[in-house]
Design a protein. Structure first.
Length: 368
């Protein structure tokens, strides 16, 4: 079975360097918040541009929660975000004791729709959290305009969009804060959990560094209530290796996507959209098909690991159904979930596998 993602293939591609990084950490005798984390934070910030600060944390969910907490948001404060996202987005909002509010998506980009955000703004709204879903940049300029007009904070969820760009500017640098996941399946993934926060202020970075470790100051006195959300040295060292190859790996992903696009352009399916001013990170390649379930069964019979990446939008899942504002008016989201299908996408896909995936899709449409 060709998987839709393959973290082991990523490890194999960089095995010598990753193994060397692991051994370096083991030999150092220092395993949490040390030189590797400091170096990764500096390198990650520099990758995104100048005058930026990065803070390594335990995972992407914590990254979201710590962004909100550092802004002073908490109990009763509403955060508008899409239901079409990983549950981790909502979990992070609620971990910060904020209240999520669901907005609908744009049918073409599959990202949060600015007009739907406007419709959800209320007296308790304090922030907007757009998600660059599947690696597709969302309409940050419009969202920032909304934030400014309504005096709302904007936090980018970049967990699926490492290296994506709008007009040459990397996502994660538009808003005051951005949260990244470094889970193994991500474009920049370790071999365990990990996350990063990107911000424009050294003061905010220092505040997050305190919050990620019990609210400690330099004397290890808790000056505020924090939690334990530290990035360990092993993951930081591995991520430093992977970061060097992120841009070229993303380019390989886009090349594979272009192959798919050319092969499928005349089939009755909707392909991922991309504006000419955007650089898609192509974390996932997601199509839409009216007879999705039958196509999925066919592909699995051909040993193609297609997937319903998110079987249900968050507002339809038992833990969240009927308790979050906005969940009763998400027609574009619900329509998308009836048709979406994820095809294999990772930079180590070879020519033989790419051709097999393409021919398997085409053969189903060619059958009577």
């Amino acid at each position: 079975m060709i998987p839709f993602g393959d973290p082991f293939a990523s490890y194999q591609a960089h095995k010598q360097e990753v193994d060397g990084a692991i051994q370096r950490v083991l030999d150092s005798g220092w395993y949490v918040l040390g030189k590797e984390v400091n170096a990764f934070e500096d390198e990650f910030a520099s990758f995104h541009g100048e005058n930026l600060y990065a803070v390594g944390v335990a995972n992407g969910t914590d990254a979201i929660a710590l962004c909100l907490r550092s802004l002073g948001l908490g109990l009763g404060d509403e955060v508008i975000t899409p239901s079409h996202t990983a549950v981790a987005t909502i979990a992070g909002i609620e971990q910060a004791r904020c209240t999520p509010v669901f907005a609908d998506i744009d049918p073409l980009s599959r990202c949060i729709a600015p007009q739907s955000i406007v419709e959800r703004i209320g007296p308790k709204t304090r922030a907007i959290m757009p998600v660059h879903i599947y690696g597709q940049p969302t309409e940050m300029h419009k969202i920032l305009e909304l934030g400014n007009a309504h005096k709302l904070e904007v936090i980018e969820d970049c967990s699926q969009a490492h290296g994506a760009e709008i007009n040459g500017q990397k996502v994660g640098t538009f808003a005051k804060f951005a949260a990244f996941s470094c889970y193994p399946t991500k474009n920049l993934g370790g071999t365990g959990d990990g996350g990063v926060i990107l911000c424009h202020s050294k003061d905010f970075a220092n505040k997050i560094k305190s919050l990620r470790q019990y609210g400690w100051n330099e004397q290890r006195e808790s000056i505020t209530v924090g939690n334990n959300s530290r990035l360990d040295e092993l993951q930081a060292a591995i991520l430093r290796v992977k970061l060097k190859y992120l841009s070229q790996d993303n380019e390989k992903r886009r090349s594979i996507a272009q192959r798919y696009n050319r092969a499928f352009k005349n089939l009755p399916i909707s392909l991922p959209s991309q504006n000419t001013n955007e650089l898609h990170a192509m974390h996932l390649y997601v199509i839409e098909c009216e007879k999705r379930d039958k196509l999925l069964d066919h592909l699995r019979s051909k040993k193609v690991g297609a997937s319903l990446h998110y079987p249900l939008p968050v507002h339809k899942q038992a833990a969240y159904a009927n308790r979050i504002r906005g969940g009763d008016d998400l027609s574009a989201t619900e329509h998308f979930y009836q048709k979406n299908l994820t095809l294999p996408m990772f930079p180590e896909l070879n020519e033989e596998k790419i051709e097999h995936i393409i021919s398997s899709v085409i053969s189903w449409f060619a059958s009577p």
